[in-house]
Ligand binder design. Structure first.
Ligand code: SF4
Length: 484
């Protein structure tokens, strides 16, 4: 019983994207579908006909954030507006979510985000207040050549490019396979076509993302699908300076993938490979690959092939049954392998996952203590690794600038540019602060002059070949990059 909407609002949507980079890709794809259907986006929920939240349903804190966002929109929603919950929370809880958030008009699952306009059309026509649901469990893959939807999320000079969705791994703590279904790879040609499109729009960095990027192509009968995909992208899109691999699964970083990463200059010597723990027994209870020696061997081989390799990983502390001895083994792995970037999480009880039924859940205070001890150890390692880069020249992708601050946080008035090196994935790793005002979106060589726990300080390396070649500098702190 949708009240007539004003002409002003009609065909306007407000879209809030929560959760991971894979969800932001789905949000951008939803936006593209709505644009194809004549709708336009607005950042103001008050002036929209359709309010959409692309939710996250991974762990408790993310679920709470999504429910809070939905409830806040229910609060302001008028009778002439409709509120739709999309994404993983919708797929996982469906009708329960509508009970949890009275006032919801539509619930659409993450596997069928591409049917969003059909749901809006049904909501516009409905003659009753009950929510409408669209939660099919089959996953329909949409790429460039199916519906003209670019399966990428472009954030200025960098972009996330989705290569597959879903996951076939049995990790006992994870709800994603139940939410997204098994792993479905996108056609290689579609992905390569989109990489070329991103190149043509001037994107400098492309993150290849999936729940498990190293499983790419398995369902298509490909062997070493990710290595094949990298070869194809490098050949078709040679102008994309940076290709970054995210979400590798231990045990599937093969010799061919390592060799391919080392062979292509475009493929950054950076690998994100969540390991989750460092003790065999904990990994077994997690239903994760438990051959810890494989991790040591593989990191060793990778560093032989790519001495400057930066490794990011993720760990869970306080997993059910985790003893002090098991936790110590995890700390030993950090000391031994000295990862560049580490994300750590305290185990989150997830109803319906096999881990929830395990005995010996760890007390919250112990979880927090272990989390803090791990982060403290890693901060020392991160600082040491950053300090080892002082004097080195790194290519920096400039993302913006601002005014510098001194150690007391006081504004120094000096212009500082914020950027990232190959060691820094966006939004999750560190930054490089470069003196001077450098144009955003450009890659500039900078010599590291200082280090903090997570970030680096640098100055443009005027002696670097690319700058010297350019040969032209003018103005205090401003470099004419067009001549680079
Ligand atoms: S590989 Fe990642 S997404 Fe897949 S089940 Fe394991 S933790 Fe979940």
């Amino acid at each position: 019983m949708q009240l007539p909407v004003s002409q002003l609002q009609r065909n306007k949507y407000f879209l809030l994207s929560l959760g991971c980079s894979k969800n932001s890709v789905d949000s951008e794809s939803i936006a593209q579908i709505l644009h194809q259907r004549g709708m336009s986006g607005t950042g103001d929920p008050e002036s929209a006909e359709v309010l959409i939240v692309n939710t996250c349903g991974f762990i408790n804190s993310a679920k709470e954030e999504s429910i809070t966002a939905l409830r806040e929109l229910v609060e302001i929603k008028r009778a002439d507006q409709m509120l739709i919950a999309a994404g993983c929370l919708s797929q996982r809880y469906g009708e329960i979510l509508a009970q949890e958030v009275p006032g919801l008009d539509g619930v659409i699952g993450t596997r069928r985000w591409m049917d969003i306009f059909d749901l809006i059309s049904r909501l516009r026509e409905r003659k009753h207040p009950q929510p409408l649901y669209h939660l099919p469990t089959d996953a329909k893959m949409v790429g460039l050549d199916e519906k003209g939807v670019l399966r990428a999320s472009v954030q200025g000079a960098y972009a996330y490019l989705k290569i597959a969705d879903g996951c076939r791994r049995p990790c006992a703590f994870c709800a994603i396979p139940r939410i997204k279904g098994t792993a479905v790879s996108r056609p290689l040609e579609s992905i390569v076509g989109e990489a070329v499109r991103l190149q043509d729009t001037g994107v400098k960095e492309v993150m290849l993302i999936a729940q498990d990027s190293t499983d790419y192509g398995y369902d298509l009968g490909m062997k070493d699908g990710l290595a094949q995909l990298l070869d194809a992208i490098v050949e078709a899109a040679p102008e994309i300076p940076w290709l970054r691999i995210m979400y590798a699964y231990p045990g599937y970083v093969t010799p061919r993938l390592m060799e391919t990463m080392a062979r292509h200059k475009q493929v950054l010597p950076y690998l994100d490979m969540p390991l989750q723990h460092g003790h065999r027994e904990t990994l077994k209870r997690m239903r994760r690959p438990a051959k810890v020696e494989w991790v040591y061997e593989t990191i060793g081989k990778l560093r032989e092939l790519m001495p400057d390799l930066a490794v990011r990983t993720t760990f869970i502390v306080g997993y059910p049954g985790e003893t002090e001895e098991e936790f110590e083994a995890l700390l030993t792995m950090l000391r031994d392998l000295e990862f560049d970037r580490v994300g750590a999480f305290q185990y989150s009880y997830e109803l319906g996952t096999p881990s929830a039924a395990l005995p010996n859940h760890v007390d919250d205070a112990i979880k927090l203590d272990r989390y803090e001890r791990l982060m403290e150890l890693q901060q020392g390692i991160s600082l040491k690794k950053n300090q080892a880069l002082v004097g080195k020249t790194l290519d920096i992708l400039v993302e913006g600038h601002g005014l510098g601050e001194d150690e007391d946080g006081l504004n120094t008035g000096a212009v500082i540019s914020l950027g990232r090196s190959y060691r820094d994935a966006p939004e999750i790793d560190g930054y490089v602060l470069v003196e001077g005002e450098l144009p955003a979106g450009e890659i500039v060589p900078a010599r590291v002059t200082g280090a903090t726990t997570y970030d680096l300080l640098a100055t443009v390396d005027l002696k670097s070949p690319s700058i010297v070649e350019a040969g032209r500098i003018y103005g205090e702190g401003m470099i004419d990059l067009k001549s680079l």
